[in-house]
Ligand binder design. Structure first.
Ligand SMILES: [Fe+2]
Length: 235
């Protein structure tokens, strides 16, 4: 989002309008949680966050909102306006037989780094509730994309991957940052990146934007600890 609601980004997309189109569809699916995985502001302005929350409010979705901070949210306004929705800096949320955890990966510029204490807290919470299914959400990508986006990397992701590898009840890791829909399974953990509500990055060696429309991903978490995800594009 930009302070100027008329401003266009890549592919001539107006992020406020594309967010509104996505949110309008989400409003119809009666989701228990709506997760914005970070990079909510495109210009570090307070107003950009106010526009974001106004759109969610318009569709009466604020009570179900969860946000994660992205590299573009490394500013005082994210906390000021969206602090109460920030899962990475609050206790995990339980939904039926599932627990949802958030990890802050903001560091310097576009690069990410988690702090060891925060990850340790999540690991302990997961170990204490082994019978639940667990979902962990971060902003940066924990696994390489083999594209230009790997320059904007999560620096200590190997440490993250090694620490979570011992957690049998961690089933799903969700992230944003790469503006791409992807799914990969590593050691029984599913890693899912989500499309952006505005432009989609091309996973190519050189910088690029695809023609894919804005989108969102729906995760259904069932009581028997199985789950499924479906990606939707909004044209
Ligand atoms: Fe990002």
């Amino acid at each position: 989002m930009f302070a100027d609601r008329q401003k266009l980004g890549y592919k001539q997309i107006n992020p406020a309008i594309s967010l509104q189109n996505v949110v309008e569809e989400i409003a119809d699916i009666d989701a228990e949680l709506i997760i914005a995985s970070g990079d909510i502001s495109g210009d570090h302005s307070r107003l950009s966050y106010l526009h974001f929350i106004e759109i969610l409010k318009h569709y009466d979705l604020v009570d179900n909102l969860i946000t994660l901070p992205g590299n573009h949210d490394l500013n005082p306004y994210f906390g000021e306006v969206l602090g109460r929705f920030d899962l990475a800096n609050s206790p995990p949320r339980q939904l039926g037989n599932w627990m949802i955890h958030g990890l802050d990966t903001r560091f310097q510029g576009t690069k990410g780094r988690h702090d060891q204490q925060s990850l340790q807290r999540i690991v302990q919470n997961i170990r204490r509730a082994r019978k639940l299914g667990h979902v962990l959400i971060s902003h940066h990508h924990p696994i390489d994309t083999n594209s230009w986006m790997d320059k904007h990397e999560w620096l200590n992701r190997e440490q993250f991957l090694s620490q979570i590898s011992s957690l049998e009840s961690l089933q799903l890791v969700i992230y944003g940052h790469i503006h791409t829909d992807s799914t990969r399974i590593i050691d029984n953990v599913k890693f899912e990146s989500c499309p952006s509500t505005c432009w989609q990055w091309a996973m190519t060696e050189e910088f690029g934007v695809t023609k894919d429309p804005p989108g969102y991903k729906v995760f259904e978490l069932f009581d028997d600890l199985s789950f499924q995800s479906t990606t939707f594009r909004v044209t």
